[in-house]
Design a binder for this molecule. Structure first.
Ligand code: COI
Length: 357
């Protein structure tokens, strides 16, 4: 039984820290990696050889089954530093639950809470110096799980690696995004894997996104696979609209990722007594709201981007321009409140912050 295992993590510290080379004032997203990484192997139904090692390359067989058939999933989360220099994670247990939802769908082993949390705590403590303290910056944490069998028959792998790497970074989008409604390509379909963070969900988005970028947009807004009538997600984010003072977001289901930022935004909106609707929202409804002058806001939510305001929505050759970001009451307020909670500047009423030692 995997749950009966105890997890001891061996630590090998780097003798050559790269921290002094890091310029905290010029952080971009996802390019620099902290000194250490976590790695654990799954074999014969057990997680074994859990280690924290200096960050570095892996060697693997060219027949590695994840490379061929995509048994590979990931999570995204962030660590923040407050003004006292204390480090906290934002809702990490939600990521632990979600990686196991993805794992089940992809026929992969689950990661016990103790292993996930011990690995995180020890790794982030060791690389605490890499957590930025400037507003808008954080240490992005990337837990991931992939198959390691050396076998090219199609079946679930018997062996896996669970790893965590971390990367200090700034804003994912530096400006409001221009998005194109996609009515040709599909991100997710009922019965599929759209609710998981499997690598394939991201790989499949690259080509349609490239086509949209060639037309001057940064991202696409995905529509439902059946009729391309309802809006589902935008790029790698959940999607939200404020229409006539109501916060509307697509309801969760097979085709929508249960975003942790999505849930946090909805919770804050309800705290503030704002009307929230989790339901289908059609292209027609959004365009009609724009025509009536009541499409006040549109934005994406995600761990990497937090709140990404949408400046323009393109559809059938026409651009629908939204109000200036400075006029948007809700997205500015919620972005500020989330930042304040993460940086310990306001009370954490929902116990979202998880202190690391
Ligand atoms: C995240 O927000 O953590 C994501 O999954 C986006 C990532 C693919 C950059």
């Amino acid at each position: 039984m995997v749950t009966a295992d105890t997890f001891s993590i061996k630590v090998q510290k780097t003798s050559n820290s790269r921290l002094s080379e890091l310029d905290f004032n010029h952080l971009s997203f996802g390019k620099t990696f902290a000194d250490h990484m976590f790695i654990s192997d799954y074999q014969d139904g057990h997680w074994i050889d859990s280690q924290i090692l200096p960050y570095g390359s892996l060697t693997m067989s060219p027949a590695n089954s994840a490379l061929h058939y995509g048994q590979s999933i990931f999570e995204g989360m962030k660590a923040y530093k407050n003004d006292k220099g204390e480090v906290s994670l934002f809702r990490p247990l939600e990521n632990q639950k979600r990686i196991n939802i993805s794992a089940e769908r992809m026929c992969m082993p689950s990661i016990p809470e103790e292993l996930f949390m011990d690995a995180l705590k020890q790794l982030i403590k060791l690389d605490k110096g890499w957590v930025p303290s400037n507003d808008g910056a954080s240490l992005y944490i990337r837990p991931f799980l992939f198959a390691t069998d050396e076998f090219i028959g199609v079946r679930p792998s018997d062996t896996y690696k669970f790893m965590i790497i971390t990367s200090p970074g700034g804003a994912y989008y530096s400006e409001p995004v221009k998005v194109l409604i996609e009515t040709n390509f599909i991100r997710a379909v009922e019965g599929g894997v759209g609710f998981t963070k499997c690598s394939g969900n991201y790989g499949r988005s690259l080509f349609p996104t490239k086509l949209a970028q060639q037309r001057g947009y940064q991202q696409i807004m995905w529509t439902d696979a059946r009729n391309h009538r309802y809006l589902e997600e935008s790029g790698t984010m959940n999607l939200m609209f404020v229409i006539d003072d109501v916060l509307i977001t697509p309801a969760l289901g097979d085709t929508i990722l249960a975003g942790i930022t999505r849930d946090s935004v909805i919770t804050l909106a309800r705290d503030w007594k704002m009307k929230v609707q989790e339901r289908k929202i059609s292209i027609d409804e959004v365009i009609d709201a724009h025509k009536r002058g009541v499409l006040d806001e549109a934005f994406g939510t995600g761990t990497a981007a937090t709140i990404a305001d949408i400046s323009t929505i393109g559809f059938e050759g026409k651009d629908y321009v939204l109000p200036e970001v400075k006029e948007r009451i809700f997205s500015n307020r919620v972005a500020q409140e989330l930042n304040n909670i993460k940086r310990g500047k306001v009370e954490d009423k929902h116990n979202w912050m998880y202190k690391i030692g």
